[in-house]
Design a protein. Structure first.
Length: 302
């Protein structure tokens, strides 16, 4: 009698595909939050595996801060065209004007926290009842508190103390009118798992995840890209470094790491050697307060 053994990547893939199919089965208007970053690209790949040769049953949604890396936006458009999915883009800048919100100030002004307003407006506009995201539990301690099916109330708020049990992989998507569910199919993956899966599946990524030269400025010991969105001072010294990005957010809040890793194998070797999470090392907006991420999530953030 022959036996078929699933390795750990097969198991993670199978769980994620099961979750994506549960979303399609339980919800009427699901959306997949797609930034063009590696985690959302892996989600798109998993969705393709889950539903091909049929059409992926999710609207792809990108909340565009206006401070994104142009290379990532180009990749976003290329991939969504290739997958033949409906891409909805809503801009934080439009929300700022419509709601008369205060534009962030400072040397590297981040619109990240303002994304919440745009996301909640987009959910209301299209009446999405579930939003699939690429968050993982190893990224940040607030995200480690999330369930895979994480319910938001009618105001888009999250209460970490009021979450549903998820026993035996049974996911409860029952919600009241006005509520919605954030779903995290790769919640049980780590950064290393994501990269090993990218290597195995030969998934293409924006080149900024690999070593390249870029003009950067030192900000409290972190390398931030020079961009039209930065307000540099006379004593700031611009330098060209060989860097790469572990995570992709705004150009104004995402720090690069010095790196010569220009292949997937090299990146994996770097990750194996580090003891700092990708957000802990590279997202300066998460360091505003000890509970910065959790506070944003309670208000409706991704």
């Amino acid at each position: 009698m022959s036996t078929y053994h699933l390795d750990y990547l097969d198991q993670l893939e199978a769980e994620s595909i099961y979750i994506l199919r549960e979303v399609a089965g339980q919800f009427e208007r699901p959306a997949l939050l797609f930034s063009g970053g590696k985690d959302s690209i892996v989600l798109a790949h998993l969705a393709s595996k889950a539903f091909r040769p049929g059409k992926i049953p999710f609207t792809f949604v990108h909340v565009d801060t206006g401070h994104n890396f142009p290379e990532v936006l180009d990749f976003r458009d290329q991939l969504t065209n290739q997958l033949d999915v409906n891409l909805v883009v809503r801009k934080v800048e439009d929300t700022i004007k419509r709601k008369k919100l205060a534009e962030p100030k400072g040397k590297f002004p981040s619109r990240n926290w303002l994304q919440t307003f745009t996301l909640l407006d987009t959910i209301e506009e299209f009446e999405f009842d579930s939003c699939i995201g690429g968050a993982r539990r190893d990224e940040e301690k607030a995200r480690a508190k999330e369930r895979i099916f994480s319910v938001r109330d009618e105001f888009g708020q999250w209460d970490p103390k009021l979450q549903r049990p998820e026993l035996w992989n049974i996911f409860n998507g029952k919600i009241q009118k006005g509520e919605n569910v954030r779903v995290f199919p790769i919640s049980n993956w780590t950064e290393l798992d994501v990269w090993n899966y990218i290597r195995r599946e030969k998934i293409e990524l924006p080149f900024i995840y690999f070593s390249h030269e870029r003009e950067v400025v030192d900000f409290n010991g972190q390398w931030i890209a020079n961009s039209p969105h930065a307000s540099l001072e006379a004593n700031d010294i611009l330098t060209v470094k060989r860097i790469r990005y572990r995570t992709v957010g705004d150009m104004t809040c995402t720090a690069a790491v010095e790196s010569a890793a220009d292949t997937i194998d090299d990146v994996i070797e770097e990750i194996l050697a580090t003891r700092i999470s990708e957000r802990g090392e590279t997202r300066i907006d998460d360091k505003v307060t000890e509970a910065a991420m959790e506070d944003r999530k309670k208000g409706g953030y991704f």
